[in-house]
Design a protein around this ligand. Sequence first.
Ligand code: ADP
Ligand code: MG
Length: 377
Amino acid sequence: MSVTPTLAARAADLSLQHLEKRYGSIIALKPLSIDIPAGTFLTVLGPSGSGKTTVLRLIGGFSEPTAGRIVLGGEDITELPIFQRPCNTVFQDYALFPHLNVSENVGYGLSVRGRPKSEINTRVEEILTVVGLQKMAGRAPSQLSGGQRQRVALARALICDPRIMLLDEPLAALDAELRHQMQEFLKAQQRRSGITFLFVTHDQQEAIGISDLILVMRGGVVEQVASPRDLYYRPQTHFVASFFGENNLIEGTIASRQGDEVCIDTKLGSFVAANPNGCTVGQRASMAVRPESFTVQPDAGKPPNSKTAINGVIHDTSFSGSATRVTVRVASGLLTTTVASDRNKGALHTGDKVILQWSPGDAIVVAADDTIAGELK
Ligand code: ADP
Ligand code: MG
Protein backbone atom coordinates (compact mmCIF):
# COMPACT_ATOMS: atom_id res chain seq x y z
CA MET A 1 0.00 0.00 0.00
CA SER A 2 1.13 3.52 -0.63
CA VAL A 3 0.13 6.97 0.54
CA THR A 4 1.55 8.64 -2.53
CA PRO A 5 -1.62 9.69 -4.38
CA THR A 6 -3.24 11.50 -1.45
CA LEU A 7 -0.06 13.35 -0.55
CA ALA A 8 1.00 14.20 -4.09
CA ALA A 9 -2.41 15.67 -4.88
CA ARG A 10 -1.77 18.50 -2.42
CA ALA A 11 0.92 20.42 -4.28
CA ALA A 12 1.28 24.04 -3.21
CA ASP A 13 3.32 27.12 -3.87
CA LEU A 14 4.50 28.83 -0.74
CA SER A 15 5.22 32.51 -0.98
CA LEU A 16 6.77 34.54 1.84
CA GLN A 17 6.30 38.26 1.22
CA HIS A 18 8.41 40.74 3.19
CA LEU A 19 8.03 38.48 6.19
CA GLU A 20 9.57 40.05 9.27
CA LYS A 21 9.81 39.24 12.97
CA ARG A 22 10.95 41.48 15.80
CA TYR A 23 11.04 40.86 19.53
CA GLY A 24 11.21 44.41 20.90
CA SER A 25 14.53 45.74 19.64
CA ILE A 26 15.74 42.27 18.55
CA ILE A 27 15.25 41.62 14.83
CA ALA A 28 14.95 37.84 14.59
CA LEU A 29 14.09 37.98 10.86
CA LYS A 30 14.68 40.90 8.52
CA PRO A 31 12.13 41.18 5.69
CA LEU A 32 12.27 37.92 3.75
CA SER A 33 10.67 37.38 0.34
CA ILE A 34 10.84 34.04 -1.44
CA ASP A 35 8.63 31.88 -3.67
CA ILE A 36 9.05 28.18 -3.03
CA PRO A 37 7.85 25.90 -5.83
CA ALA A 38 5.62 23.00 -4.82
CA GLY A 39 7.46 19.78 -4.08
CA THR A 40 10.75 21.46 -3.13
CA PHE A 41 13.12 20.14 -0.51
CA LEU A 42 14.23 23.49 0.90
CA THR A 43 16.79 23.65 3.67
CA VAL A 44 17.16 26.65 5.94
CA LEU A 45 20.85 26.68 6.87
CA GLY A 46 22.68 28.98 9.24
CA PRO A 47 24.55 29.18 12.52
CA SER A 48 22.77 29.16 15.86
CA GLY A 49 20.67 32.30 16.42
CA SER A 50 20.51 33.19 12.72
CA GLY A 51 16.69 33.05 12.57
CA LYS A 52 16.03 29.55 11.17
CA THR A 53 13.48 28.50 13.80
CA THR A 54 11.84 31.91 13.52
CA VAL A 55 11.11 31.28 9.82
CA LEU A 56 9.61 27.86 10.54
CA ARG A 57 7.53 29.08 13.49
CA LEU A 58 6.05 31.88 11.38
CA ILE A 59 5.08 29.48 8.59
CA GLY A 60 3.63 26.95 11.05
CA GLY A 61 1.66 29.66 12.84
CA PHE A 62 3.46 29.27 16.18
CA SER A 63 4.33 32.95 16.15
CA GLU A 64 2.93 36.04 14.45
CA PRO A 65 4.96 38.10 12.00
CA THR A 66 5.63 41.75 12.82
CA ALA A 67 5.09 42.49 9.13
CA GLY A 68 4.62 40.67 5.84
CA ARG A 69 2.45 37.90 4.45
CA ILE A 70 2.48 34.14 4.02
CA VAL A 71 0.62 32.92 0.94
CA LEU A 72 0.03 29.25 0.25
CA GLY A 73 -1.40 28.12 -3.07
CA GLY A 74 -2.70 31.67 -3.66
CA GLU A 75 -4.40 31.86 -0.26
CA ASP A 76 -3.21 34.29 2.41
CA ILE A 77 -2.66 32.17 5.54
CA THR A 78 -0.87 34.85 7.61
CA GLU A 79 -3.75 35.10 10.09
CA LEU A 80 -4.79 31.44 10.17
CA PRO A 81 -4.46 29.65 13.51
CA ILE A 82 -1.99 26.75 13.74
CA PHE A 83 -4.55 23.97 13.47
CA GLN A 84 -6.07 25.38 10.27
CA ARG A 85 -2.74 25.51 8.45
CA PRO A 86 -1.94 22.59 6.15
CA CYS A 87 1.49 22.30 7.74
CA ASN A 88 2.91 19.73 10.11
CA THR A 89 5.95 20.23 12.25
CA VAL A 90 8.56 17.76 13.43
CA PHE A 91 10.78 19.12 16.19
CA GLN A 92 14.21 18.02 17.28
CA ASP A 93 12.93 16.33 20.44
CA TYR A 94 10.20 14.30 18.60
CA ALA A 95 7.69 15.00 21.42
CA LEU A 96 6.00 11.56 21.23
CA PHE A 97 3.32 10.75 23.79
CA PRO A 98 5.05 8.30 26.18
CA HIS A 99 1.81 6.61 27.32
CA LEU A 100 0.62 5.88 23.75
CA ASN A 101 2.05 3.10 21.60
CA VAL A 102 3.44 3.66 18.11
CA SER A 103 0.10 3.20 16.33
CA GLU A 104 -1.71 5.49 18.77
CA ASN A 105 0.99 8.15 18.45
CA VAL A 106 0.82 8.03 14.65
CA GLY A 107 -2.99 8.03 14.55
CA TYR A 108 -3.35 10.82 17.12
CA GLY A 109 -3.79 13.64 14.61
CA LEU A 110 -6.61 11.82 12.84
CA SER A 111 -8.37 10.79 16.05
CA VAL A 112 -8.47 14.38 17.38
CA ARG A 113 -9.99 15.32 14.03
CA GLY A 114 -12.72 12.76 14.78
CA ARG A 115 -11.97 10.45 11.85
CA PRO A 116 -13.65 7.00 11.99
CA LYS A 117 -11.59 4.28 13.67
CA SER A 118 -11.49 2.06 10.57
CA GLU A 119 -10.05 4.89 8.47
CA ILE A 120 -7.47 5.68 11.16
CA ASN A 121 -6.37 2.03 11.34
CA THR A 122 -5.95 1.81 7.58
CA ARG A 123 -4.01 5.07 7.33
CA VAL A 124 -1.77 4.19 10.30
CA GLU A 125 -0.94 0.85 8.71
CA GLU A 126 -0.14 2.56 5.40
CA ILE A 127 2.12 5.15 6.95
CA LEU A 128 3.90 2.67 9.23
CA THR A 129 4.69 0.59 6.14
CA VAL A 130 6.08 3.67 4.41
CA VAL A 131 8.41 4.43 7.33
CA GLY A 132 9.30 0.76 7.83
CA LEU A 133 7.81 0.43 11.31
CA GLN A 134 4.85 -1.90 10.71
CA LYS A 135 6.33 -4.48 13.12
CA MET A 136 6.70 -1.88 15.88
CA ALA A 137 3.03 -0.80 15.95
CA GLY A 138 2.36 -2.02 19.50
CA ARG A 139 5.56 -0.76 21.11
CA ALA A 140 5.87 2.16 23.51
CA PRO A 141 8.19 5.02 22.49
CA SER A 142 10.57 3.97 25.30
CA GLN A 143 11.08 0.62 23.52
CA LEU A 144 12.35 2.26 20.33
CA SER A 145 15.76 3.51 19.19
CA GLY A 146 16.34 7.21 18.46
CA GLY A 147 16.00 6.70 14.72
CA GLN A 148 12.78 4.70 15.15
CA ARG A 149 11.32 7.40 17.40
CA GLN A 150 12.22 9.98 14.78
CA ARG A 151 10.42 7.94 12.11
CA VAL A 152 7.33 7.72 14.34
CA ALA A 153 7.40 11.52 14.66
CA LEU A 154 7.66 11.80 10.89
CA ALA A 155 4.83 9.29 10.32
CA ARG A 156 2.67 11.19 12.78
CA ALA A 157 3.23 14.38 10.80
CA LEU A 158 2.79 12.77 7.35
CA ILE A 159 -0.49 11.03 8.18
CA CYS A 160 -2.40 14.31 8.33
CA ASP A 161 -1.69 14.95 4.63
CA PRO A 162 0.20 18.19 5.11
CA ARG A 163 0.93 20.40 2.15
CA ILE A 164 4.10 21.46 3.86
CA MET A 165 6.33 19.59 6.28
CA LEU A 166 8.28 21.76 8.68
CA LEU A 167 11.29 20.02 10.20
CA ASP A 168 13.32 21.90 12.81
CA GLU A 169 16.71 20.20 13.21
CA PRO A 170 15.00 16.81 13.51
CA LEU A 171 18.26 14.88 13.18
CA ALA A 172 20.43 16.91 15.54
CA ALA A 173 20.19 14.41 18.40
CA LEU A 174 21.13 11.35 16.33
CA ASP A 175 24.61 9.84 15.96
CA ALA A 176 26.45 10.22 12.64
CA GLU A 177 25.44 6.93 11.04
CA LEU A 178 21.79 7.13 11.99
CA ARG A 179 21.73 10.72 10.90
CA HIS A 180 22.94 9.70 7.49
CA GLN A 181 20.31 6.96 7.21
CA MET A 182 17.59 9.39 8.26
CA GLN A 183 18.77 11.97 5.71
CA GLU A 184 18.36 9.37 2.95
CA PHE A 185 15.03 8.39 4.39
CA LEU A 186 13.71 11.96 4.60
CA LYS A 187 14.80 12.69 1.08
CA ALA A 188 13.12 9.52 -0.19
CA GLN A 189 9.89 10.43 1.66
CA GLN A 190 9.92 13.90 0.18
CA ARG A 191 10.46 12.53 -3.35
CA ARG A 192 7.73 9.94 -3.09
CA SER A 193 5.17 12.24 -1.47
CA GLY A 194 5.96 15.25 -3.69
CA ILE A 195 5.14 17.66 -0.88
CA THR A 196 7.29 20.62 0.13
CA PHE A 197 9.75 19.99 2.95
CA LEU A 198 11.21 22.91 4.86
CA PHE A 199 14.12 21.46 6.76
CA VAL A 200 16.24 23.38 9.27
CA THR A 201 19.84 22.50 10.00
CA HIS A 202 23.09 24.21 11.01
CA ASP A 203 25.09 21.42 9.34
CA GLN A 204 26.19 22.38 5.84
CA GLN A 205 27.18 18.84 4.82
CA GLU A 206 23.69 17.69 5.71
CA ALA A 207 22.22 20.56 3.67
CA ILE A 208 24.35 19.78 0.60
CA GLY A 209 23.28 16.14 0.53
CA ILE A 210 19.58 16.52 1.05
CA SER A 211 18.34 19.76 -0.56
CA ASP A 212 16.96 21.04 -3.85
CA LEU A 213 17.37 24.59 -2.60
CA ILE A 214 19.24 26.01 0.37
CA LEU A 215 18.42 29.29 2.06
CA VAL A 216 21.50 30.51 3.93
CA MET A 217 20.80 32.75 6.92
CA ARG A 218 22.97 34.93 9.11
CA GLY A 219 21.82 37.34 11.79
CA GLY A 220 18.20 37.32 10.63
CA VAL A 221 19.19 38.03 7.03
CA VAL A 222 19.00 35.69 4.05
CA GLU A 223 22.45 35.75 2.47
CA GLN A 224 21.65 33.62 -0.59
CA VAL A 225 19.09 31.13 -1.88
CA ALA A 226 20.45 28.65 -4.41
CA SER A 227 20.98 25.00 -5.27
CA PRO A 228 23.75 23.26 -3.29
CA ARG A 229 25.99 23.33 -6.37
CA ASP A 230 25.48 27.04 -7.03
CA LEU A 231 26.01 27.92 -3.38
CA TYR A 232 29.24 25.97 -3.44
CA TYR A 233 30.69 27.19 -6.73
CA ARG A 234 28.90 30.55 -7.06
CA PRO A 235 28.74 32.07 -3.57
CA GLN A 236 27.56 35.67 -3.68
CA THR A 237 28.77 36.84 -0.29
CA HIS A 238 31.87 36.46 1.83
CA PHE A 239 29.85 34.67 4.49
CA VAL A 240 28.50 32.05 2.07
CA ALA A 241 31.96 31.59 0.51
CA SER A 242 33.50 30.89 3.91
CA PHE A 243 30.65 29.12 5.74
CA PHE A 244 29.61 26.72 3.01
CA GLY A 245 32.32 24.08 2.40
CA GLU A 246 36.07 24.54 2.49
CA ASN A 247 37.42 27.53 0.57
CA ASN A 248 40.60 29.52 0.00
CA LEU A 249 39.99 33.24 0.46
CA ILE A 250 42.61 35.88 -0.31
CA GLU A 251 41.98 39.49 0.66
CA GLY A 252 42.68 42.38 -1.70
CA THR A 253 41.34 45.38 -3.62
CA ILE A 254 39.70 45.42 -7.03
CA ALA A 255 42.26 47.02 -9.40
CA SER A 256 40.39 46.89 -12.71
CA ARG A 257 37.30 45.46 -14.30
CA GLN A 258 36.37 44.65 -17.87
CA GLY A 259 32.94 43.14 -18.22
CA ASP A 260 32.86 40.24 -15.81
CA GLU A 261 36.61 39.90 -15.61
CA VAL A 262 38.23 41.61 -12.64
CA CYS A 263 41.81 42.00 -11.56
CA ILE A 264 42.32 41.94 -7.80
CA ASP A 265 45.51 43.17 -6.14
CA THR A 266 46.52 41.14 -3.10
CA LYS A 267 49.68 40.85 -1.04
CA LEU A 268 50.32 37.55 -2.84
CA GLY A 269 50.11 39.14 -6.30
CA SER A 270 47.57 40.45 -8.80
CA PHE A 271 45.05 37.87 -9.92
CA VAL A 272 42.16 37.63 -12.36
CA ALA A 273 38.73 36.26 -11.61
CA ALA A 274 35.69 35.94 -13.82
CA ASN A 275 32.92 36.25 -11.20
CA PRO A 276 32.93 39.73 -9.64
CA ASN A 277 29.57 39.57 -7.79
CA GLY A 278 29.01 43.26 -8.42
CA CYS A 279 32.33 44.41 -6.90
CA THR A 280 33.65 47.67 -8.35
CA VAL A 281 37.11 49.16 -8.89
CA GLY A 282 38.68 50.34 -5.64
CA GLN A 283 36.46 48.13 -3.49
CA ARG A 284 37.95 45.86 -0.84
CA ALA A 285 37.15 42.27 -1.72
CA SER A 286 38.37 38.69 -1.46
CA MET A 287 39.11 36.14 -4.15
CA ALA A 288 37.83 32.65 -3.40
CA VAL A 289 39.06 29.44 -5.04
CA ARG A 290 37.83 25.99 -3.97
CA PRO A 291 40.54 23.45 -3.02
CA GLU A 292 39.67 21.17 -5.94
CA SER A 293 39.85 24.08 -8.41
CA PHE A 294 43.61 24.40 -7.92
CA THR A 295 46.01 22.25 -9.89
CA VAL A 296 49.33 21.68 -8.20
CA GLN A 297 52.54 21.40 -10.23
CA PRO A 298 56.23 21.19 -9.37
CA ASP A 299 57.84 24.63 -9.33
CA ALA A 300 60.66 24.57 -11.89
CA GLY A 301 62.32 27.50 -10.14
CA LYS A 302 60.85 30.35 -12.20
CA PRO A 303 58.17 32.67 -10.84
CA PRO A 304 54.82 31.83 -12.43
CA ASN A 305 54.44 35.29 -14.01
CA SER A 306 50.75 34.62 -14.24
CA LYS A 307 47.57 36.14 -12.90
CA THR A 308 46.20 32.68 -12.15
CA ALA A 309 49.05 31.07 -10.18
CA ILE A 310 50.75 31.27 -6.78
CA ASN A 311 54.13 29.82 -5.71
CA GLY A 312 54.34 27.92 -2.46
CA VAL A 313 55.90 25.07 -0.52
CA ILE A 314 54.02 21.95 0.52
CA HIS A 315 53.34 22.19 4.24
CA ASP A 316 51.55 18.86 4.65
CA THR A 317 49.80 16.10 2.73
CA SER A 318 47.12 13.78 4.05
CA PHE A 319 45.83 10.75 2.20
CA SER A 320 42.12 10.00 2.63
CA GLY A 321 41.48 7.28 0.04
CA SER A 322 40.22 8.75 -3.22
CA ALA A 323 41.64 12.21 -2.50
CA THR A 324 44.84 13.58 -1.05
CA ARG A 325 44.61 16.89 0.78
CA VAL A 326 47.61 19.12 0.31
CA THR A 327 48.27 22.28 2.31
CA VAL A 328 50.64 24.74 0.67
CA ARG A 329 52.48 27.49 2.52
CA VAL A 330 52.43 30.79 0.64
CA ALA A 331 53.86 34.15 1.80
CA SER A 332 50.98 35.02 4.13
CA GLY A 333 49.62 31.66 5.28
CA LEU A 334 48.29 28.31 4.09
CA LEU A 335 46.17 27.39 1.07
CA THR A 336 44.51 24.01 0.63
CA THR A 337 44.10 21.89 -2.44
CA THR A 338 42.87 18.38 -3.05
CA VAL A 339 44.35 16.02 -5.62
CA ALA A 340 42.81 12.78 -6.85
CA SER A 341 45.07 10.17 -5.21
CA ASP A 342 45.46 8.13 -8.40
CA ARG A 343 46.87 11.20 -10.15
CA ASN A 344 49.17 12.08 -7.28
CA LYS A 345 50.68 8.57 -6.81
CA GLY A 346 52.69 9.77 -3.81
CA ALA A 347 54.61 12.38 -5.85
CA LEU A 348 53.84 15.33 -3.57
CA HIS A 349 55.92 15.67 -0.42
CA THR A 350 56.25 18.12 2.43
CA GLY A 351 58.89 20.71 1.55
CA ASP A 352 58.43 20.45 -2.27
CA LYS A 353 58.24 23.78 -4.09
CA VAL A 354 55.02 23.94 -6.11
CA ILE A 355 52.81 26.24 -8.15
CA LEU A 356 49.07 26.36 -7.54
CA GLN A 357 47.13 27.28 -10.68
CA TRP A 358 43.48 27.88 -11.42
CA SER A 359 41.34 29.05 -14.30
CA PRO A 360 39.74 32.54 -13.97
CA GLY A 361 36.26 31.02 -14.26
CA ASP A 362 36.86 29.12 -11.02
CA ALA A 363 37.83 32.23 -9.07
CA ILE A 364 35.00 34.14 -7.37
CA VAL A 365 35.24 37.63 -5.96
CA VAL A 366 33.13 38.61 -2.95
CA ALA A 367 32.94 41.97 -1.19
CA ALA A 368 35.03 42.27 1.98
CA ASP A 369 33.28 41.50 5.26
CA ASP A 370 35.20 42.59 8.33
CA THR A 371 33.05 40.50 10.65
CA ILE A 372 34.58 37.30 9.25
CA ALA A 373 38.08 36.21 10.29
CA GLY A 374 40.42 33.58 8.93
CA GLU A 375 41.32 34.57 5.37
CA LEU A 376 44.73 35.31 3.92
CA LYS A 377 45.76 38.97 3.97
P1 ADP B 1 18.05 29.69 15.13
O1 ADP B 1 16.89 28.77 15.03
O2 ADP B 1 18.70 29.98 13.82
O3 ADP B 1 19.07 29.23 16.14
P2 ADP B 1 16.10 31.56 16.18
O4 ADP B 1 15.17 31.75 15.03
O5 ADP B 1 15.63 30.66 17.27
O6 ADP B 1 17.54 31.12 15.65
O7 ADP B 1 16.41 32.98 16.83
C1 ADP B 1 16.80 34.11 16.06
C2 ADP B 1 17.02 35.29 16.99
O8 ADP B 1 15.81 35.69 17.59
C3 ADP B 1 17.98 34.99 18.11
O9 ADP B 1 18.77 36.14 18.33
C4 ADP B 1 17.07 34.75 19.29
O10 ADP B 1 17.70 35.05 20.49
C5 ADP B 1 15.91 35.67 19.01
N1 ADP B 1 14.66 35.15 19.57
C6 ADP B 1 14.02 34.01 19.22
N2 ADP B 1 12.89 33.84 19.93
C7 ADP B 1 12.81 34.91 20.76
C8 ADP B 1 11.86 35.33 21.76
N3 ADP B 1 10.76 34.61 22.05
N4 ADP B 1 12.12 36.49 22.40
C9 ADP B 1 13.20 37.24 22.13
N5 ADP B 1 14.13 36.89 21.20
C10 ADP B 1 13.94 35.75 20.52
MG1 MG C 1 16.58 26.93 16.00
